[in-house]
Design a protein around this ligand. Structure first.
Ligand SMILES: Cc1cc2nc3c(=O)[nH]c(=O)nc-3n(C[C@H](O)[C@H](O)[C@H](O)COP(=O)(O)OP(=O)(O)OC[C@H]3O[C@@H](n4cnc5c(N)ncnc54)[C@H](O)[C@@H]3O)c2cc1C
Length: 372
């Protein structure tokens, strides 16, 4: 600092959506008073909203990637390539997987989720987890090349009938459109049970229009080249994608942080840990006490600016402000054919080209915000 006092060390672990936005605010407002470090295993991270479009071939890898290292450089933030293995709260340092350490005064976590393949036997050996999306995006090119070189019609199964599974199933139909792929969405009951009734009907109609087969008998196991269903039938497939189950990141338990029953970091309304004023957590890795919400990027995005504001307030010794998440959010599901299904809360539902236009506009606006 100019006045001779030491700058406070703010360490951001993970380049999730909240941190990508927080970088700007911290870099702009905190120069001199704080020294910000971003720790991320890779210099780029994918934006989830564009992942299905990338899979469908409607967006390039560059369109979808958030360039964290460039953002950090632009805002005067130090970028450190590394994966956090544990937080040593007593020693106030982050221990990296390679053994390095990063000291902090104030710490923030936005590390997303880990795949949970444990509930589907065989998923570990034969499934392709879609979460975390960064790992999946990195593998997609190789998976697509393999499926493209197979003789005949590729057979693809998607285990998990949530919004992400449905959107991806339709994206696969677009990705291999010239070869009429057989795509089956294997659900546990109905598709996207979290949506309102009308939106579910619109989504089911879109899946039918796009030629996706919906199997409502759940998957019992994944085997080599097939999905075994709970009623004993077998579904032959060349690739089985798994969108079910998200587990808490190992970092939370390894560091002994307070967590909910699923292992996600328990935070107060200020995004500070339940028992630590100097550690914040945002995005999918956090669970706010009293405000449970689905794991969706939209919440992480919204948390970015107020998270940065609260970090700066903590630096200044002021009380942090509550950041209560909105009750419901707009869900836009691309159908891979220039249309989308839109849903919000218990009633709003629409489908068509206008919804796709809105989704594209929102996604591109978000990416432009991180680029320009
Ligand atoms: C196919 C699909 C489509 C989706 N579409 C949408 C959508 O349209 N809208 C929506 O709201 N949500 C969508 N989601 C959900 C969305 O992906 C997540 O909710 C969102 O990415 C969560 O953001 P986050 O900031 O918590 O973390 P993430 O975006 O998951 O980022 C976490 C980052 O932390 C890094 N990291 C992980 N571990 C460590 C570590 N130990 N040390 C350092 N860094 C680490 C990772 O490399 C990554 O860069 C979709 C999900 C899927 C699977």
């Amino acid at each position: 600092m100019d006045d001779g006092t030491q700058a406070r060390r703010v360490v951001l672990v993970g380049g999730g959506h909240a941190h990508a936005l927080a970088l700007q605010v911290l870099g702009r407002a905190g120069r001199g008073a704080v020294r910000v470090t971003l720790v991320s295993p890779e210099p780029t991270t994918p934006y989830s909203g564009l992942l299905p479009a990338y899979v469908a071939g409607l967006a390039s890898r560059a369109d979808m990637e958030i360039d964290l290292a460039r953002l950090a450089a632009r805002w005067g933030v130090r970028f450190l390539k590394g994966r956090a293995a544990r937080i040593d709260r007593e020693g106030r340092r982050v221990i990296l997987a390679d053994g390095g350490t990063v000291p902090y005064d104030i710490l923030s976590l936005d590390v997303g989720i880990a795949p949970d393949l444990s509930r589907l036997p065989g998923a570990e050996a034969h499934g392709i987890p879609v979460k975390p999306i960064a790992a999946f995006a990195a593998r997609w090119d190789a998976i697509r090349s393999r499926l493209e070189t197979l003789p005949g019609r590729p057979a693809i199964a998607v285990a998990g009938g949530g919004v992400a599974g449905a959107e991806l199933a339709m994206a696969f139909r677009t990705a291999f459109a010239g070869r009429d792929p057989a795509v089956t969405l294997v659900c546990e009951g109905e598709v996207a049970p979290g949506l309102n009734d009308r939106a579910r009907r619109l989504l089911a109609a879109a899946l039918a229009r796009r030629g996706v087969t919906v199997e409502t008998v759940p998957a019992a196991a994944l085997e080599s080249a097939c999905v075994r269903l709970a009623d004993g039938r077998s579904l032959a497939c060349d690739a089985a994608f798994v969108t079910t189950g998200a587990a808490a990141p190992a970092l939370v338990a390894a560091s002994g942080l307070p967590c909910d029953e699923a292992g996600f970091a328990r935070v107060r309304e200020t995004l500070q840990l339940a028992d630590d004023d100097d550690i914040f957590a945002a995005g999918d890795c956090a669970a706010m006490i009293g405000h449970p919400r689905p794991k969706a990027g939209v919440f992480a995005v919204r948390q970015g600016p107020p998270l940065a504001d609260n970090i700066l307030r903590r630096v200044a010794g002021w009380p942090c402000r509550p950041v209560v998440p909105q009750r419901d959010h707009l869900v836009l599901i691309g159908t891979g054919d220039g249309r989308a299904v839109a849903a919000r809360g218990g009633r709003l539902a629409a489908s068509g080209r206008a919804a796709w236009w809105l989704k594209t506009w929102l996604d591109r606006r978000w990416m432009a915000r991180l680029r320009d």
